[in-house]
Ligand binder design. Structure first.
Ligand code: NAD
Length: 370
């Protein structure tokens, strides 16, 4: 059993540290995993959830190792988990976050960010304790990712690279977006600047379709006032289940994981899918789509706008610097993955993982070996 545990948590990449933090008086129960820091200090969120295991924190930390390396950031991967109820009163949550921040004050190779159950204010408390956290409120020198639409901007940059690969024009291309939230709204706004027309959008209450085009600013204003996509006038309400099969050129799943599966992948008419959400397409559906000639690059390549902005915030950079970095890195990384796909005849996800792993391997080759 003990041997199995060692095998489960140790392979050629890491993790370098697994730290168990227990403060019975609060009680604070937390795990911090620093997976691999060959490329730089680990960046990764703090998840606060009622059920969280060391194994889950380890898997999330490993994902961050690949995501940061694939994004071309000088950062390794790490993650933290606090075992607690996210609906705790604000003061109780603050107490736990501050205690965690003090406990990891000397763990300089881990830089926390927000994740499920934590937000900008949580990061401000951590920063106040130990001077190390990203995704903080603007007044504290943070870069508010969602307000600025960092991830949606990155998706629009990826769309340009992918359109170039397909020989397709974005001017007049039609897009359908699942999940008109932070990522979906910003993707619509930035894609519109490239000439793309929004024809369908959904949220958790329903879906709308208008082949002549929806007004992005108007729909965004409705959502920002607390409305639903169904409140948009002059559009047809459609069954959300048919959204991915609507006539359009680009699909943007920007809500939930595993929404495109082998069961609905054959209905896709679009030529390109931009993975705004994390793991919105199952790996087998990704392969089916690739074989049908539908281009979709992995989530951790195209939706990295947020984490790229985070790394700029860590360096006390400005908002224009964050946007310039997103543009440059997503453009380069899409091109690198497309090149690897062509040269080595790989699936997009294989190519992206190859890219991330070769960067981490090179970083590891410069580390002290004796
Ligand atoms: P959000 O909560 O702002 O928006 C999510 C939207 O999806 C909401 O409009 C919600 O109504 C809608 N939705 C929920 N379930 C739905 C369903 N079944 N069908 C249609 N719509 C549904 O969240 P967000 O920040 O935009 O994040 C969206 C996804 O993108 C998440 O998977 C998140 O992990 C991922 N992501 C976000 C960022 C970021 O910078 N915010 C970065 C990378 C990845």
């Amino acid at each position: 059993m003990a041997e199995d545990l060692w095998k489960q948590f140790a392979d050629d990449w890491g993790p370098e540290k697994i730290i168990h933090i227990y403060e019975p008086r609060l009680p604070l129960r937390a795990i911090v995993v620093i997976d691999n820091t060959a490329l730089g200090p680990a960046i990764g969120g703090i998840r606060l959830a009622p059920r969280i295991t060391p194994e889950e924190v380890f898997r999330l930390a490993r994902t961050m190792t690949w995501k940061n390396a694939a994004a071309g950031l000088a950062h390794g991967g790490g993650k933290a988990g606090i075992l607690a109820d996210p609906s705790l009163p604000r003061i109780e949550k603050e107490r736990l976050l501050r205690a965690l921040a003090r406990a990891i004050a000397d763990l300089k190779d881990y830089i926390p960010g927000p994740d499920m159950g934590t937000d900008e204010a949580s990061m401000a408390f951590i920063y106040d304790e130990n001077g190390r956290a990203t995704g903080r409120p603007k007044v504290t020198g943070g870069i508010p990712l969602d307000e600025l639409g960092a991830t949606g901007f990155g998706l629009a940059v990826a769309a340009e690279q992918m359109a170039g690969h397909l020989g397709m024009s974005l001017v007049g291309a039609r897009v359908a977006i699942q999940g008109f939230g932070n990522v979906g709204k910003a993707a619509a706004r930035f894609l519109e600047k490239s000439g793309v027309v929004l024809v369908a959008a959904s949220d958790s209450t329903g879906a709308i379709y208008q082949p002549r085009g929806l007004n992005v600013a108007h729909l965004t204003a409705i959502k920002e006032k607390g409305g639903r996509v169904l409140d948009y006038p002059e559009a047809k309400a459609v069954d959300p289940a048919v959204l991915f099969g609507l006539p359009c050129d680009i699909l943007v799943p920007a809500a939930q994981p595993d929404v495109i599966t082998p069961a609905n992948a054959s209905q896709v008419q679009a030529k390109m899918i931009l993975q705004g959400a994390n793991i919105p397409i199952t790996p087998d559906a990704e392969r089916l789509l690739h074989e049908r000639g539908v281009l979709t690059l992995p989530d951790f390549i195209v939706n990295a706008g947020g984490v790229i902005a985070t790394s700029i915030e860590y360096r006390q950079g400005t908002v224009p610097q964050a946007f310039a970095a997103i543009q440059e890195k997503i453009r380069e990384n899409c091109q690198a993955v497309l090149r690897l796909m062509r040269e080595k005849n790989l699936y997009p996800r294989e190519a992206a993982l190859h890219l991330a792993q070769s960067r981490v391997r090179e970083g590891m080759s410069y580390r002290r070996r004796f």
